[in-house]
Design a binder for this molecule. Structure first.
Ligand SMILES: [Fe+2]
Ligand SMILES: [Fe+2]
Length: 458
C-alpha cells in the first residue's frame, strides 16, 4: 500500500505522517512539502511507482489543480483526497473532481484524528475497511531523536503479535541507541496505543532540536549537533528544504562557529574525534573547525564567509549513505573497487546531485552550492565531477578542499601527533599553486604558531 501525502505545513505533516503510518499495516508514505523542485510534489507524482491514495492538505492555490491533473493522468486508479481550511469553491479548476473517481473526496479542516483515520480508510475501502486499532503504534526512528529521555516504553516488533521492550519509560538514551536499529534495517520503533496520544501531542509541541546552549555541557552540545545532522540528512533527502530544515541548519552553523572560537575547548574536541563513530558527521564537523582556523589565519574571516564554509561542510556529503565510502577522496582510489557498482556510481555523482538539491534554496547561497559541487576537485585538475583546473576553483572551495584533505588524512593516522608534520609537508607540496597558495601559506602559519596551532591541540 502506497500513499502520497503533500503538506507544506511541517508540524502538521510530521504528525499526520505518524497517523498515516498507523492506520494500515505495511504502508509506505511518500511525502512532499513543496509543489516544485526535484523533491517537490509535481516531480514525485510524475516519477513514482503507482500510489493507492493521493492525499493533499493545502491552502487554495492554482498549483493544486495542476497536481490533481498530473495525478489523475499518472495514477488514475488512486483516489485523490483534498483537505483544506479553505472551501472547495476557492480551488480554481477543482469543482468537478469528486465525480471523476468514486473515492475522490474533499474534507473541510479542521478534522479530528478519528475522522482523519476514517476518511483515509473509507477512501481505501473495500480493501481496507474499518479496522481494529492495533495495540502498538509505530513511530519513525527519527522522531526519537527529538528526545533524550523515553516518554514511555519503546518496543521493537518481532512478528505480527510479538513485541519486545527495548527502552524503558523514563530512561536516558542517545543517538547510538537509535542508530543501531537503522543499521539493522529497522525503520520504526513501537509504542503502546495507550501512550500514543500523549506521544503525538508531545512530538507536535517539541521541535526537532532545542539547543539549550547556555545550560548545556559541551559534550551535550556535541551530541545535539550530531543529532541535528542526522535529522537534516533524513529530512533533506525525503522532503527537501523546509522552514524547519533551514532553522536546524542555521542554528547548527551558529553553534559550530561558537565552538570553533572557544579555543581551549577545541583541543578536547579534536582529541575526542579518534573515538567517535559517525564519520560522515565527524569529518564534516572537523572540516568546519579547520576552515574557521584557516580563514582566521588568512585574515579573511568575515562572518559571511565563515557561515558559508560551515554550511557547506555540514551539507557536502549529506547524500552519502555508507560512511566507509565517505572516507575516499579520489575517483582513482583503489579502495573504491570494494564497493558495489551502484555505490560507486552514487559516490561519483554526490557532489553534483547534492549541489542540484541545494540550488535555488532560499537560505543557501550560490557560493555554498559551488563549494559542495567542487569539494572533490583537486589542484592537479583530475578531480570529479568536472576535473576542473585549479584556476577555475573559487578561493572558498580551495579553503574547503585543503581543510577536508587535512581532516581526512588525520583520520587515517588516528590524529597521531608524531605524524602531523608529515601531513603538513604533504599538503604544502600538493597545494602550492594558484589560489591554493594563499590557503596553504595561512595553513603553514597555523603550523608554526606553536601552542595555538591545531596540530598542537590534537
Ligand atoms: Fe567529505
Ligand atoms: Fe564528498
Amino acid at each position: 500500500m502506497r500513499i502520497f501525502y503533500f503538506d507544506s505545513d511541517d508540524k502538521r505533516r510530521q504528525l499526520q505522517t505518524v497517523y498515516l503510518e498507523n492506520i494500515i499495516d505495511e504502508v509506505e508514505v511518500e511525502v512532499a512539502s513543496q509543489m516544485s523542485g526535484p523533491l517537490g510534489a509535481l516531480e514525485k507524482i510524475e516519477r513514482s511507482a503507482p500510489f493507492d491514495l493521493i492525499l493533499v492538505l493545502a491552502p487554495a492555490e492554482g498549483s493544486v489543480f495542476e497536481l490533481y491533473q498530473r495525478a489523475h493522468l499518472k495514477h488514475p486508479r488512486a483516489p485523490f483526497v483534498l483537505m483544506s481550511d479553505d472551501s472547495l469553491s476557492s480551488f480554481v479548476g477543482m469543482d468537478g473532481f469528486q465525480v471523476q473517481h468514486p473515492k475522490n473526496d474533499f474534507v473541510q479542516l479542521p478534522i479530528t484524528p478519528m475522522d482523519f483515520r476514517e476518511t483515509i480508510l473509507k477512501s481505501l475501502s473495500p480493501s481496507y475497511g474499518l479496522r481494529v486499532i492495533p495495540a502498538f503504534q509505530k513511530v519513525r526512528l527519527i522522531h526519537f531523536l527529538r528526545f533524550s529521555r523515553a516518554l514511555c516504553n519503546v518496543y521493537v516488533k518481532l512478528s505480527n503479535n510479538k513485541y519486545v521492550k527495548v527502552i524503558n519509560s523514563g530512561s536516558i538514551y542517545d543517538r547510538a541507541d537509535i542508530e543501531k536499529y537503522r543499521e539493522k534495517k529497522v525503520s520504526h520503533l513501537f509504542i503502546r496505543n495507550d501512550d500514543f496520544e500523549h506521544f503525538q501531542v508531545t512530538i507536535h509541541k517539541t521541535p526537532f532540536l532545542t539547543f539549550q546552549n547556555e545550560t548545556m555541557s559541551e559534550s551535550d552540545l556535541q551530541k545535539c549537533l550530531g543529532n541535528s545532522h542526522a535529522m537534516l540528512k533524513e529530512m533533506i533527502l525525503e522532503i527537501g528544504f523546509t522552514a524547519e530544515v533551514a532553522a536546524i541548519a542555521e542554528k547548527s552553523v551558529d553553534e559550530i562557529i561558537k565552538l570553533a572560537y572557544k579555543k581551549d575547548d577545541m583541543c578536547e574536541m579534536l582529541k575526542k574525534m579518534q573515538t567517535r563513530l559517525d564519520y560522515v558527521y565527524d569529518h564534516s564537523f572537523l572540516t568546519s573547525i579547520v576552515c574557521c582556523e584557516i580563514l582566521q589565519h588568512m585574515h579573511w574571516n568575515t562572518e559571511d564567509k565563515i557561515k558559508k564554509l560551515v554550511m557547506a561542510a555540514l551539507l557536502h556529503d549529506i547524500k552519502i549513505e555508507n560512511p566507509q565510502i565517505c572516507k575516499i577522496d579520489s575517483s582513482k582510489d583503489s579502495r573504491l573497487q570494494s564497493f558495489s557498482d551502484p555505490e560507486i556510481k552514487s559516490f561519483l555523482a554526490h557532489p553534483m546531485e547534492t549541489s542540484l538539491l541545494l540550488t535555488g534554496v532560499d537560505f543557501i547561497s550560490p557560493e555554498v552550492v559551488s563549494i559542495v559541487l567542487q569539494h572533490h576537485e583537486t589542484p592537479e585538475g583530475d578531480g570529479f565531477p568536472n576535473g576542473l583546473h585549479h584556476s577555475k576553483l573559487s578561493l572558498l572551495s580551495c579553503i574547503f578542499i585543503v581543510a577536508h584533505d587535512f581532516v581526512q588524512q588525520n583520520f587515517e593516522i588516528d590524529f597521531d601527533v608524531d605524524l602531523q608534520s608529515k601531513i603538513f609537508d604533504n599538503l604544502s607540496k600538493r597545494y602550492s599553486l594558484g589560489s591554493f597558495k594563499s590557503v596553504i601559506d595561512a595553513f603553514s602559519n597555523l603550523r608554526s604558531r606553536g601552542k595555538d596551532a591545531v596540530i598542537n591541540k590534537v
